[in-house]
Design a protein around this ligand. Structure first.
Ligand SMILES: Nc1ncnc2c1ncn2[C@@H]1O[C@H](COP(=O)(O)OP(=O)(O)OP(=O)(O)O)[C@@H](O)[C@H]1O
Ligand SMILES: O=P(O)(O)OC[C@H]1O[C@H](OP(=O)(O)OP(=O)(O)O)[C@H](O)[C@@H]1O
Ligand SMILES: [Mg+2]
Length: 284
């Protein structure tokens, strides 16, 4: 084992796979899953990628076998992992919901006491219901079909849009029991903290870059204060004098989801040559 290399676990398939690859590539890592293999080394950046089941990544982290891993918060909780959450990632948003047949008549958690519940998250379900009489049927996947096959009376399953449950003739009962997204987790006692921090700084820089855009515009000096109030930036806007003394050029970071409203308001103030661009990477 090369101790200089940081070992990073990524889900080998499913909904988290491609967003993970895209995120790491955008951070400058060379990462690809070999057609048959589960390992790829990026020597230049001193990292090794291991492609594992999302549900197994918490265990590898708990045992200190890998340094960093991306998985869902639901699996982290289910496996009672000792890994430390480092970053929330902007994908893999889902909920664990209780569901039963549309015509079952079940309306609340209490209606399910003593019955059979099928799930891939037995520990979360046990903690939620706290009912010794309930039978928890553990399944690896395709949980939604277990009721119509006669294996269970209800399920606790991952829901994003609800389309899977709907097409299986199921309805959601009560509030979600767990809300999840993909996160970057770190081993709790790092052997190479410097190396881990380097990776984490790149990824958090990319997340900031995704959250913000760069606005540049020319403002008449008499409205400069008003314009800067609209675009205060993170530290402070950059201001350059134009050749024409009556005008300044301003550059500032703005939140992506506020950018277009800010552009409307800058234009209404009398600013010109307003440009909005994406940020590839940011180190704040
Ligand atoms: N439809 C979805 N939308 C958003 N996140 C999801 C969705 N399905 C699963 N996830 C999340 O992705 C992670 C991996 O889920 P899952 O176990 O389904 O992986 P998978 O690779 O699809 O494996 P499997 O083939 O066994 O289902 C979980 O943390 C889960 O919360
Ligand atoms: O609410 P929805 O938008 O329908 O998404 C939820 C479904 O997505 C996941 O399945 P996935 O796509 O991973 O397929 P899988 O059955 O192979 O896990 C999950 O296991 C649910 O079945
Ligand atoms: Mg899946």
């Amino acid at each position: 084992m090369d101790l200089d290399m940081i070992r990073i676990a990524l889900p080998n398939k499913g909904g988290l796979y491609q967003p993970c690859i895209d995120l790491l590539k955008s951070c400058g890592y060379k990462v690809k899953k070999p057609t048959k293999g589960l390992f790829y080394r990026d020597s230049q950046n001193e990292v090794e990628f291991y492609f594992l089941r999302a549900s197994d990544i918490p265990m590898y982290l708990s045992k200190g076998i890998i340094d960093l891993g991306v998985t869902g918060d639901d699996f982290h909780r289910e496996k009672a992992s000792t890994a430390k959450k480092v970053l929330d990632l902007p994908f893999g948003h889902s909920k664990l919901c209780i569901a039963a047949m549309q015509d079952s008549g079940f309306q609340s958690k209490e209606d399910l006491f003593g019955l059979r519940v099928a799930t891939s998250f037995p520990n979360i379900v046990r903690d939620y219901f706290r009912d010794d009489q309930m039978e928890i049927v553990e399944l690896d996947g395709a949980v939604e079909i277990s009721i119509s096959l006669g294996l269970s009376d209800c399920v606790v399953d991952i829901v994003e849009t609800g389309a899977t449950l709907k097409s299986a003739g199921l309805k959601i009962i009560s509030e979600p029991i767990f809300t999840s997204n993909a996160s970057l987790y770190s081993v709790s006692e790092p052997r190479n903290k410097k190396g881990i921090d380097k990776v984490v700084n790149r990824i958090s820089g990319r997340l900031i870059a995704l959250d913000y855009q760069l606005v540049e515009y020319d403002a008449p000096v008499n409205i400069l204060d008003d314009a800067c109030n609209l675009t205060p930036g993170i530290e402070s806007p950059t201001i350059c004098q134009l050749r024409d003394d009556n005008w300044c050029s301003v550059k500032s970071m703005v939140k992506r989801d506020e950018a277009h409203t800010i552009l409307d308001n800058l234009q209404a103030l009398g600013c010109k040559a307003i440009l909005l661009t994406n940020i590839e990477m940011a180190r704040i």
